[in-house]
Design a protein around this ligand. Structure first.
Ligand code: GDP
Ligand code: MG
Length: 323
């Protein structure tokens, strides 16, 4: 099936067409790129919500609870679960599937798990692309679950309009050491597992962190939820709706939308540059030669990086000249 036919299928809400289209975007095939070009103009209707936080914070449980609440509100839901870890994570994905069995049987919910394709930044590209496909397919809400740890995850967060950061009671050290960057991509802060002791302490710590964060016009709300029972998940959906309305408002929306667009472009360019530069470095053999020099302590890593960058520039220059 070609890109035109697939795009039509996606727009018509055909689930098989959507599944195929997602596979193309994941594989970064020519059809995948063509689909993204064709369908982007039909996006912008869904609420794209990122759910991020450490492994075990209860993100999957919360995504399930949110999906159930959204279905009660008669909204359709697309879910992208990004799992950046190794083969071990297959168990976790299976666990998520079992926990979400009632949702997988619901025609108003479409779920897709994506495994990492390595650490070359492909995930932020894929997550953004897949969320956009679901948006173009007409889902009212698209949720992206990611483990919030490093730069890649901060970039995945740019795929979402509204990012919910999930923390836990007793995660004090973690909250303290949380990168300001992650605080600043989150528009809603959640203390999940509020049925456990220490939830109020975690709330206080988050408030203190927010007080020193560099924030715009949106004041991120902080709330306690119990994903396991669905407690306060309705309030969380209300906050997500408020942020969505904020993003659409005339007063702030234009600036916020431009800000997000800029972050998305920068994140995707960084990922593409990173990947392509390493491909070039590997193919040219420049990397292998430098590895020998640095391992043998004949050259320091910093200057090796400079030499490598120079080699990549030369290769790219030659490539452009030959066009
Ligand atoms: N006590 C309690 N446990 C929870 C809650 N939400 C999730 N959990 C548990 O936390 C563990 C990790 O949950 P999971 O959703 O897989 O976390 P993820 O790795 O962030 O996706 C599981 O054992 C859940 O049952 C909650 O609200 N309260
Ligand atoms: Mg999970």
């Amino acid at each position: 099936m070609g890109a035109a036919e697939l795009a039509e299928g996606v727009r018509a809400g055909n689930r098989r067409a959507l599944a195929r289209a997602i596979s193309h975007v994941e594989a970064d095939s020519a059809i995948g790129r063509e689909l993204q070009r064709r369908l982007y103009r039909y996006t912008g209707n869904a609420q794209i919500v990122g759910i991020t936080g450490s492994a075990g914070a209860g993100k999957s449980t919360l995504v399930g609870a949110l999906a159930r609440e959204q279905r009660r509100r008669e909204r359709t839901v697309g879910i992208v679960a990004v799992d950046p870890s190794s083969p071990f994570s297959h168990g976790a994905i299976l666990g998520d599937r079992i926990r979400m069995q009632d949702l997988t049987a619901d025609g108003g919910v479409f779920m897709r798990s994506m495994a990492s394709r390595g650490n070359l930044g492909g995930l932020s590209e894929t997550a953004t692309g897949v969320a956009d496909l679901m948006d173009a397919a007409g889902f009212d809400v698209v949720m992206i679950e990611t483990v919030g740890a490093g730069q890649d995850e901060v970039e995945i967060a740019t795929a979402a309009q509204t990012t919910v950061l999930v923390t836990n009671p007793g995660g004090g050290d973690e909250i303290q050491s949380m990168k300001a960057g992650l605080m600043e991509v989150a528009q809603i802060l959640v203390v999940n597992k509020a049925d456990l002791a220490g939830a109020d302490t975690a709330m206080t710590q988050l408030k203190a962190l927010l007080a020193i964060a560099d924030l715009g016009a949106w004041r991120p709300p902080i709330l306690k939820v119990v994903a396991k029972t669905g407690d306060s998940v309705g309030t969380l959906v209300d906050h997500i709706d408020e942020h969505h309305a904020f993003m659409r408002s005339n007063e702030h929306g234009d600036r916020e939308r431009r800000d997000l667009a800029r972050k998305q472009i920068v994140a995707l360019t960084r990922a593409a540059l990173h990947r392509e530069a390493l491909v070039t470095a590997n193919q040219s053999g420049a990397l292998a030669a430098l590895v020998d020099e640095v391992a043998g302590r004949r050259r320091d890593p910093r200057s090796a990086a400079g030499v490598l960058l120079e080699a990549v520039r030369r290769e790219w220059g030659a490539e452009i000249a030959s066009r």
